[in-house]
Design a binder for this molecule. Sequence first.
Ligand SMILES: Nc1nc2c(ncn2[C@@H]2O[C@H](COP(=O)(O)OP(=O)(O)OP(=O)(O)O)[C@@H](O)[C@H]2O)c(=O)[nH]1
Ligand SMILES: [Mg+2]
Length: 438
Amino acid sequence: MALASAAGRAGVAVLRLSGAGARDALLKIGVPSSLPEPRRAVLRDIVDFRSHEVIDHALVLFFPAPHSFTGEDVVELHLHGGRAILHATLDLLCALPCVRPAEPGEFSRRAFENGKMDLTEAEGIADLVDAETSAQRRQALRQMDGELGRLYFGWAERLTHNLAYIEAEIDFADEDVPQDLAAGRREDVAALSREIAEHLNDGHRGERIREGFTVALLGAPNAGKSSLLNALARREAAIVSPIAGTTRDIIEVQLDLGGYPVTLADTAGLRETVDAIESEGVRRALARAEQADLKILVFDGSIATPLDAATQALIDESSLLVINKSDVMPEAASPENHHTPLLVSAQTGEGLDLLTQRLVQEIEKRFVGAGQPALTRVRHRVALEESVEHLRRALAAPEVELCAEDLRLAIRALGHITGTVDVEDLLDIIFSSFCIGK
Ligand SMILES: Nc1nc2c(ncn2[C@@H]2O[C@H](COP(=O)(O)OP(=O)(O)OP(=O)(O)O)[C@@H](O)[C@H]2O)c(=O)[nH]1
Ligand SMILES: [Mg+2]
């Protein structure tokens, strides 16, 4: 038993029970005491069987096994979401010997154990519940629908097919297994190894969408970095002042930019300084510049020579150039030799929409691939790297037996991601439809 809706006061609270005791629990506390038709909402009184007191009128649903989320009998109680009602109902249920509170994630765990979903789908559910932006929601939904799991399962199946042929080579060494057949299998393993490596080499896009992109504002003191941060965040998160060297610590705000989760960081203005605190700030700013997925390089358009050397030194593939204070920019300061810097004004808001658009474009260009679903966790990455390593060894193996063993290990590594691939099971299926030499 667990509360499926959020804790606290609400219009409705959903309590969920799963397992063999669920129907008994419902019969014990729901009046009239009969099992409702499967998957049909019915109204019941929730009654304390000790005092006969009516606690609530609730909507009740019954999902008999195996057609439920967990694959077990599931009962849902849609109670009025008051604390006293919840408290009394939980207390009542806990008094039943067939009911106990669920562990965190236990419903999903049972669903996995009952074959309702693979591990990547279970992770997709967790991500979907945690999703804060539309890109996160879309990615989680794809994963929950099994796209990622199917990709990995498909690879494992393909490898197992090849393994079956290579094992046949071992088992039937005396008979005539055509040589070119085995060679073709090796080619396919090599091709698969390349596919997995390509999938791995995706700029961590899935992990980034899940965890967020980091964007840093960098530039000379007084260029208006803190002002831009505040304007983009639409609140006064950082202190702004005409004194050069105002910001020292890194100040972060979380933004939803075009559906992408972004952590935007304001940093100390870049300059040589004898002030120990400010120079620590500059050190941190430069460190953040290295880590960031994207850098917004901010120049002060109100002065005659906006393009300071320290900021220009940071120009690279992942930087976006911005000239701030367009509202007070003298004609002479307009840029010459630069890859199209954006003119903006933190003060008037001019150009900020364009800046947001450019940021979204840059994120999409770098991190959002179409087509293949993205791996979303370090756990996936580690297992895939392991798998590629075994494939590399399998292809280099001098003996066919060693090759087969490494293929097995590669398949097992893929199986760890979904939690569903068992090499022996797959081999049985494949061998049963497989007729050597005939
Ligand atoms: N006219 C005009 N003034 C601006 C604009 N943006 C910022 N300023 C002013 O420029 C000064 C410096 O702004 P900050 O945002 O503190 O600059 P910063 O880059 O964070 O400076 P440090 O923290 O010292 O590195 C302040 O007086 C701002 O009001 C703008 O678009 N137009
Ligand atoms: Mg500042």
